[in-house]
Write a protein that binds this ligand. Structure first.
Ligand code: UD1
Length: 364
């Protein structure tokens, strides 16, 4: 049996790891071993999502927690190197672009254990984003690059990555959505919160560039309060964002508005239920740009750039700033937003393609 370490760390990782975990567990030649670095630790940012996705407790938990970038990355490397030396997996799969992704990829590369990057090749070309640094580090040392879209292949080829390392397998998050579609539809989260399906804006924000300073967060909060004059706003706030709102005295301002519902993080199925019945999503998340494109829901992304350009060129996404929010929202409310299309291979079969690729490469 080939032992495959699957690394998960932070909220957006779990829905990328889960379909691969299940697909590998069904084979008779590979066994998945789940490693949780502990970068995210609040129940609704971690364990509740794993439960939704039918994943058992991780085989190994590194318990790293929060810290500066260097602390987090360094602590993951120290703990994972120890584990890898003791257990010597045959392959390591890292996903996404969080600090733990780059940390574990470096450990594998130096121990000469083959590393696969799932969701490789995405580029915002904005090196002020910590995730862009993690993507560059991971892609340059990974042995196999599983990409979600053609632009990612082009980025890697331009950077000089050998073409035989690159495989376009599609977007694995769509597999998670389809795997849980029934549960998501049954969750009826909008009704539970008292908002009408199809008649509210769903908001998530967590990028340091948006939420860590008053200069950036306050104009966004003001724009959201403006939006609440048009339709109910359900704001599901990441812990980082909640801290910013409290620190800058903006939480009370938001909560004082009747049409704004400020919520703590919500686990996967209940959250995706809120996405599927939203009239519009306002976000700075990478994953939500993709999920809304798949679902054909208008998405306003509060960022200057995106590493997921296909969601803009083909899908329902558009980059905006706080100043343009009300004008773009008016287009959505008037029913004049672009309809968009699904990118190729965003079809719920990505984990199966990943397993085929690994089987071939491992000679199993
Ligand atoms: C991380 C990822 C980001 C990803 C995001 C999704 C990096 C560099 N960033 O950002 O790419 O989009 O996860 O959520 O890896 N906190 C809690 N409870 C938790 C986790 C975090 O309270 O379970 C708070 C802590 O105060 C912590 C802060 O949030 O310091 C930031 O957490 P961290 O893991 O450093 O980065 P994220 O902003 O979550």
């Amino acid at each position: 049996m080939i032992d495959v370490h699957l690394i998960c760390a932070a909220r957006p990782n779990f829905m990328k790891v889960a379909p691969l975990y299940h697909a590998l567990a069904e084979t008779d030649w590979a066994q998945p071993t789940l490693i949780h670095t502990g970068q995210h630790y609040d129940r609704n940012m971690s364990d509740a999502i794993l439960e939704d996705l039918g994943i058992p407790l991780p085989d190994h938990h590194l318990g790293i927690g929060s810290g500066s970038h260097a602390e987090q990355t360094g602590n993951v490397m120290i703990a994972y190197e120890k584990l890898c030396t003791e257990t010597r997996p045959d392959w390591i799969v890292v996903v996404g672009d969080v600090n733990s992704t780059a940390a574990c990829a470096q450990v594998g590369a130096k121990l000469l254990i083959p590393v696969i990057h799932l969701e490789a090749g995405l580029r915002s070309r904005d090196r002020r984003m910590p995730e862009e640094i993690n993507r560059l580090i991971t892609d340059v040392i990974a042995d196999v690059l599983w990409t979600p879209s053609e632009d990612a292949d082009e980025n890697l080829l331009k950077e000089g990555v050998a073409s035989d390392k690159i495989e376009l397998i599609g977007n694995i998050m769509i597999d998670s959505f389809e795997m849980l579609r029934d549960r998501i539809e049954q969750a009826r989260s909008a009704e539970t919160l008292g908002v009408a399906p199809g008649g509210y804006a769903l908001v998530t924000l967590h990028r340091p560039s948006n939420v860590d300073s008053r200069e950036t967060l306050e104009p966004i909060v003001d724009a959201l309060i403006g939006a609440a004059a048009e339709l109910p706003v359900v704001f599901v706030a990441h812990p980082r964002t909640m801290k910013g709102l409290e620190r800058f005295g903006l939480k009370d301002k938001l909560e004082a508005h009747d049409n704004v519902l400020l919520q703590e993080p919500i686990p996967y199925a209940r959250f995706m239920s809120l996405v599927t019945t939203a009239q519009v999503v306002i976000t700075d998340s990478g994953g939500l740009q993709e999920e809304t494109t798949y679902l054909g829901i208008p998405c306003l992304t509060l960022r200057e750039n995106t590493e997921r350009p296909v969601t803009v060129t083909l899908g329902t996404n558009e980059l905006i700033d706080a100043d343009s929010l009300s004008e773009r929202l008016a287009i959505v409310v008037a029913g004049n937003w672009k309809t968009g299309a699904r990118p190729p291979l965003w079809d719920g079969q990505t984990a199966a393609r990943a397993v085929e690729s690994l089987k071939r490469r491992a000679g199993a």
